[in-house]
Design a protein around this ligand. Structure first.
Ligand SMILES: Nc1ncnc2c1ncn2[C@@H]1O[C@H](COP(=O)(O)OP(=O)(O)OP(=O)(O)O)[C@@H](O)[C@H]1O
Length: 295
């Protein structure tokens, strides 16, 4: 049974369904990604799931039952922005939040888990972006939740801090927790998510494991070979459909192995060869006709 499901979940602003009859099933123990460009309805959806925003229609089921007040004991939420009281050190923030729960997680374990040992005495306002996210994650994990909501957790982080945060998310999942995250970073989704739902204008365009979706929508790969490699040679028949892009001839090949073997047999050098598989960005473009990053 899915840990979390929605049926017909809808949010309406000014007569427009910004989330439109969403049916989602999120299996337990996975990292599930809600993807989409700005304005797709990701935050509105996650805020309805978190119980912050009332839906206009539809139901939310936790382990097959409509959510009730017990649901909130089972979930952890890392908001996009959290205002913490001024002047508190990381240590104080952890103490403050641990008082909100009857059975908070073991403090030392939480500190070790989120790599907070070295910043316990630091004013939370002096933290770097990555440190702040680790603290907010610790707060979201404070009640040892079964289900963790992360709303665009790595927006604004530098590449190293993003990768560190991804490691942390993987370690949370490896402890059996279910994670629902929103992101508009496709590499983040490909790295972290076992399953994704791609949203646009409040509806789901497609849903499944990233690799499965890419295999369904794209066969083979894009092969690019420097134009110079064909010098003095006629373009071989297996590369006949190729088009020139800058210094490369490129072809979307369905049978990559066969195409490359035939090129070698024709005496074409593969020096400088590039083979590119489709990405989730390509998938979004194919499904909607527009780029995913709408910023
Ligand atoms: N309180 C509100 N009143 C009116 N319209 C709203 C409100 N909140 C969100 N919207 C609209 O709903 C749509 C979905 O917004 P939402 O914030 O859920 O998108 P998103 O996918 O999370 O985008 P982002 O990546 O920018 O956070 C947008 O068109 C937005 O302008």
């Amino acid at each position: 049974m899915p840990i979390l499901s929605t049926r017909g979940l809808t949010k309406t602003y000014d007569g427009v369904n910004v989330v439109d009859k969403l049916d989602l099933d999120i299996p337990e123990g996975i990292c599930f990604g809600l993807l989409g460009p700005n304005g797709a309805g990701k935050t509105t959806t996650i805020e309805m799931l978190e119980g912050i925003l009332p839906p206009n229609a539809g139901t939310i089921l936790y382990r097959g039952e409509p959510v009730d007040k017990h649901f909130f004991q089972k979930v952890g939420i890392q908001f996009q922005h959290t205002a913490l009281p001024d002047f508190l050190k990381v240590n104080d923030v952890l103490n403050l939040f641990s008082r909100f729960y009857d059975q908070p997680m073991n403090r030392d374990e939480l500190i070790a888990w989120c790599n907070l040992e070295d910043i316990l005495e630091r004013d939370h306002r002096k933290l770097s972006g990555g440190q702040k996210q680790r603290l907010l994650l610790a707060l979201a994990l404070m009640n040892d939740p079964d289900l963790l909501f992360l709303d665009e957790p790595t927006t604004g982080l530098d590449p190293q801090a993003r990768r560190n945060f991804w490691e942390l998310v993987r370690s949370v999942r490896s402890r059996g927790k279910t994670i629902l995250l929103t992101t508009h970073y496709m590499d983040e989704a490909e790295q972290l998510c076992d399953e994704i739902a791609v949203l646009d204008k409040g509806t789901i365009l497609t849903q499944g494991a990233p690799r499965t979706l890419l295999n369904q929508h794209f066969k083979g790969a894009l092969i690019r070979i420097p134009v110079g490699n064909f010098a003095a040679k006629a373009i071989p028949p297996e590369f006949a459909g190729a088009e020139q892009k800058g210094d490369f001839m490129q072809l979307q090949a369905t049978q990559v192995d066969a195409t490359l073997s035939e090129l070698i047999a024709s005496g074409v050098s593969l020096n400088g060869l590039q083979v590119e598989s489709a990405t989730l960005d390509d998938l979004f473009l194919k499904l909607t006709g527009h780029e995913l990053r709408g910023e």
